[in-house]
Design a protein around this ligand. Structure first.
Ligand code: IPE
Ligand code: IPE
Ligand code: MG
Length: 233
């Protein structure tokens, strides 16, 4: 079997998991039912990514802008995060998944923050696939936080790209090679702004709860046929 480099598969995939609400509304169901269905899709995608030999998967679960939603929807999402952390961490650990978080998770309260930190600690020795849950994540917020870190460390200027890069939330995680957005919108919605400078994009109209392993594979194969030039002629 060909190794990862021969296949030209992405090492790091980021996914904007959009369309849960519309998936539910189309069926006359409450939006939270769509989020619950979306959580199921996460499990399948994690398994397939692992099977494909992907090393990093960043999943956009809640943006810094999503606080603009109704309290009912936000409470429902908080509950789903809690359920996920309670029920799925063991399974992910047994499959060699390392769990990490990016974003200001603490805004979701001390119990979710603790469960998130526990999950990171509990899975930290796994190396097969790292899944980064981006929760209360904003790309602009991440850059602002990095600048404030530099200021508080009293780093002397001029500031370099490397100095800024090393103060992003997860500086040891390589930049995403492929960014997928489900749900039909053609925008980044504040996801991984710094890290996506040279990422390849893949958009699909499919709503997130309908996205499955086969669709992930389609996106990966599409990526594998692309030529990345990084500015070279
Ligand atoms: C994405 O689905 C999940 C979150 C933002 C938490 P949406 O909830 O944005 O679904 P649509 O875009 O309204 O269909
Ligand atoms: C992006 O989806 C955020 C997540 C998937 C978590 P949104 O539904 O919030 O994005 P917009 O509002 O359509 O740009
Ligand atoms: Mg949306």
């Amino acid at each position: 079997m060909a190794d990862k480099d021969d296949r030209n598969f992405p090492g790091h995939i980021g996914i904007i998991m959009d369309g849960n609400g519309r998936w539910a509304e189309k069926r006359g169901l409450a939006r939270i039912i769509g989020h619950r269905a979306g959580m199921k899709a996460v499990e399948e995608i994690v398994d397939r990514a692992s099977g494909l030999g992907i090393k990093y998967l960043s999943l956009y679960a809640f943006s810094t802008e999503n606080w603009r939603r109704t309290p009912i929807e936000i409470d429902g999402l908080r509950e789903l995060f809690r359920i996920y952390l309670m029920n799925k961490v063991e399974k992910m650990r047994s499959r060699g998944v390392r769990i990490r978080f990016a974003g200001r998770v603490d805004a979701f309260g001390p119990d979710i923050t603790k469960s998130a930190r526990d999950a990171e600690e509990y899975t930290k020795n796994n190396a097969k696939l790292t899944v980064v849950f981006c929760v209360n994540y904003g790309g602009r917020q991440e850059i602002v936080d990095a600048v404030n870190n530099l200021l508080s460390e009293r780093v002397e200027g001029p500031v370099t790209e490397e100095a800024l890069r090393s103060r992003m939330y997860l500086p040891d995680v390589p930049d995403p090679d492929l960014l997928i957005r489900t749900g039909g919108e053609l925008r980044m919605s504040n996801f991984l702004l710094w890290e996506s400078a040279y990422s390849e994009y893949y958009f699909t109209d499919m709503y997130w709860p309908d996205f499955n392993g086969e669709e992930l594979e389609k996106a990966v194969l599409d990526y594998s046929r692309r030529e990345r030039r990084y500015g070279v002629a």
